[in-house]
Structure formats: structure tokens, C-alpha cells
Design a protein around this ligand. Structure first.
Ligand SMILES: Nc1ncnc2c1ncn2[C@@H]1O[C@H](COP(=O)(O)OP(=O)(O)OP(=O)(O)O)[C@@H](O)[C@H]1O
Ligand SMILES: [Mg+2]
Length: 228
């Protein structure tokens, strides 16, 4: 069976600045994997996540999603593929402040257009409910706690039923309890729904909860190990 996502000899250079962000990364991720990417500040974790998430293109090597070489795809095709198959969570929630939690989750569903009207609303409500946010649906982001806002961001990432969730320091602004809750959600998405979660974190305790840990130094993978 082919991997859900694969990086083959991936590198990312900024020729103008003569900077190398990522070098010669070969990694493969199967459905149902929970992977932590760790490494010191500046080691290229975010850069690698953007390449894996098709938000940036490698200058060397290639990234395959579900066996498709994404280098051949136009920016519009890449955007459509991201919207349909990938979900992103960042350190900052990036919810739209003037929209309710429900509408923030509905926006990507409507943009994709696979569900309409009532079906779209029902999907968004079910996602919020599954994350303990049913009562928050009509609230604006500013009316929610930081932990709740980040869970709305997770609901939004799940809006179009993605195979793969990519998260960059998703707990960076959360206290220990809310951070653990986000990791509980990720673990559940993997165990119960066979989604793949790739999460960048500098928190060693949280990284230890992933089944696999990829460690970067200077843009290179220095270890890739199964944990417990
Ligand atoms: N546009 C850019 N121009 C020049 N250097 C850059 C640019 N973007 C990133 N870098 C450098 O590339 C390296 C990798 O950056 P990246 O943000 O991927 O690291 P990181 O592991 O995510 O760091 P952090 O833990 O601080 O988030 C860093 O040394 C960074 O300063
Ligand atoms: Mg980073």
C-alpha cells in the first residue's frame, strides 16, 4: 500500500538569501499515524511542516500525497487538495473574529462545496459537539477561552473530513491542562478515526504522547523513532 504522505529527498533553499531551511528529508507517513516533529528553534520544523502540508514547494525532491506527485499541480489544484484532504492547526487560532464558532467551521465546508445548507450546518455542529463545544457554537471567538478557541480551530481543521492533520505548535499558547486536552483530541482522531496527525511541538511531554517522533537538527532528520 502506498503511503498517505511521502517526502522524497526534500530540500528547501532560499537562493536569494543563501539559506537552507530543510535538507534531504525522506519520510513516509501511513494512515493512522501520530507523529511528533521536534527539534531546536530554527531547526526547520515549521519549514518542513509547510512542505508536507503543500503550503510551500520544495526546491529539491518531491512530496507525494496519496501517491500523487504534488509538484505537477497548479497553485489552484494544490489549494483544492489542501481544502479537501488536509487540516491545519497553528499556534494562533486564526479564527475570524467577526464570525461565530459555527460560522468559522462552516467557512471551509462552504468553500469546498461538497455539502450544502442544512447538511453543512449539521456537519459543523456535530464537529463542535464532538469537541465539547456545542454551547459555544453561536459565540464569537472573543467570548471563548483560549482552550476553547483552539478547539474551534481543531473543529475547523476537521471541517472537510481530512485524512491528515498538520499542526505547528498548536499548544504554544495554552496552559498545561488545555494543551493536554488538544493532544487527547489528536490521539482520539488517530485511534478512533484513523486520521494521521503530524504535530510540531517543543514540549517533550506532549511529544512523548505521539507514537513516533521525528527529530530535526539544522533542517535534517537526525532521528525517526517509534515510541513505547
Ligand atoms: N524567509 C526566510 N528568510 C531567511 N531565513 C529564514 C526564512 N524563514 C526561515 N528562515 C530560517 O530558517 C530556519 C528554519 O526556520 P523554521 O521556522 O522552519 O524553524 P523552526 O524549527 O520552526 O523554529 P521555531 O522552533 O523557532 O519555530 C531558521 O534558522 C530561520 O531563521
Ligand atoms: Mg516553527
Amino acid at each position: 500500500m502506498s503511503a498517505l504522505l511521502a517526502a522524497e529527498g526534500v530540500g528547501r533553499r532560499l537562493p536569494a538569501e543563501n539559506v537552507t531551511l530543510v535538507s534531504d528529508v525522506t519520510l513516509s507517513f501511513a494512515a493512522g499515524e501520530f507523529v511528533a516533529i521536534t527539534g531546536p528553534s530554527g531547526s526547520g520544523k515549521s519549514s518542513l511542516l509547510y512542505l508536507l502540508g503543500l503550503l510551500d514547494r520544495p526546491t529539491e525532491g518531491r512530496v507525494l500525497l496519496e501517491g500523487r506527485d504534488t509538484a505537477r499541480l497548479s497553485p489552484a489544484d494544490l489549494a483544492a487538495l489542501r481544502l479537501a484532504r488536509l487540516g491545519f492547526v497553528f499556534q494562533f487560532h486564526f479564527l475570524l473574529p467577526e464570525f461565530s464558532a459555527l460560522d468559522n467551521v462552516l467557512i471551509p465546508i462552504r468553500r469546498r462545496g461538497a455539502l450544502e445548507g442544512r447538511a453543512a450546518r449539521e456537519r459543523a455542529m456535530a464537529l463542535l459537539d464532538s469537541l465539547g463545544l456545542a454551547d459555544a457554537a453561536q459565540k464569537l471567538p472573543e467570548q471563548l477561552s483560549g482552550g476553547m478557541r483552539q478547539r474551534v480551530a481543531v473543529a475547523r481543521a476537521l471541517a472537510n473530513d481530512p485524512a491528515l492533520i498538520l499542526a505547528d505548535e498548536p499548544t504554544g499558547n495554552l496552559d498545561t491542562r488545555n494543551a493536554a486536552q488538544v493532544f487527547d483530541i489528536f490521539a482520539r482522531l488517530v485511534a478512533e478515526q484513523k486520521r494521521t496527525v503530524i504535530v510540531v511541538t517543543h514540549d517533550a511531554d506532549l511529544a512523548a504522547r505521539a507514537a513516533r517522533r521525528v527529530h530535526l537538527v539544522d533542517g535534517r532528520v537526525v532521528s525517526d523513532e517509534a515510541q513505547r
